[in-house]
Design a protein around this ligand. Structure first.
Ligand code: SAH
Ligand code: MG
Length: 210
């Protein structure tokens, strides 16, 4: 279980993860067995990272936190989820890495969280380690979401968890691509649904393929 201090650190971290969904991330993560590492695609300022990081510390495994820290399309100036103070004033581009690093440091999680800074598909194409847990919350456009599915999901180990954020079955609630990849996981027959909390879906690998 999260301590009161951990819970409040996670809840006050900057990010897009509602607190109840964050607790669901933690619960799913601590329920995993085995020692395979975990991987998060899309860390932003580190809110979801803390829930996974506390769980990884408790379970004695590590979380690889993949993000280029330049923001998704929907985080750029003029878009709905833009936060202007996250723009590096010297460069005029977003940079969430300093806040992310500070968040992980303040939570005492530098031994349990490894930042992997770069483009998700590029990293995925060179990745070979089986994952005990994969969380997809990177770019939510059609290509980024389907690329993350195609390139990362093959690495989820048998019995491992696949978590997808921002799954909105009703188009009135939000964009389609995360929902589309959740449908692909279900339709593949390789994953069974474990739980749903808000827009978070937790699945478990029950067979090969994706
Ligand atoms: N999980 C976070 C929110 C992630 S927001 C939370 O709990 O608050 C989506 C993140 O995906 C952004 O930080 C963005 O930089 C990252 N991202 C989008 N496309 C990416 C890509 N191709 N490679 C790496 N990171 C990407
Ligand atoms: Mg999200």
């Amino acid at each position: 279980m999260l301590t009161e201090q951990q819970r409040s650190q996670a809840e006050t971290a900057r990010g897009f993860m509602p607190n109840d969904e964050g607790l669901a991330l933690y619960d799913a993560a601590v329920s995993t067995t085995g020692s395979a590492p975990w991987l998060e695609v899309g860390s932003y300022c580190g809110k979801s990272t803390l829930y996974f990081g506390f769980a990884a510390a408790a379970r004695g495994t590590v979380l690889f936190a993949v993000d280029h820290h330049r923001g998704s399309e929907e985080n750029q100036a003029g878009w709905e989820h833009h936060e202007p103070d996250l723009v590096d004033p010297a460069l005029g581009v977003m940079d969430t890495l300093p806040i992310f690093r500070r968040t992980v440091y303040d939570a005492g999680l530098e031994d349990s969280v490894v930042a992997v800074v770069g483009d998700s598909p590029t990293i995925a194409r060179h990745w070979t380690t089986p994952l005990g847990l994969l969380f997809i919350d990177g770019g939510h456009g059609k290509k980024p979401a389907h690329d993350d599915y195609d390139l990362w999901v093959p690495h989820v180990a048998e019995g491992g968890l696949l978590l997808i954020h921002d799954v909105f079955p009703d188009p009135a609630d939000g964009g389609r691509p995360p929902y589309e990849i959740w449908c692909r996981a279900i339709e593949s027959g390789a994953f069974a649904e474990v739980s749903a909390t808000g827009s978070l879906r937790v699945l478990r690998r029950i067979g090969a393929g994706h």
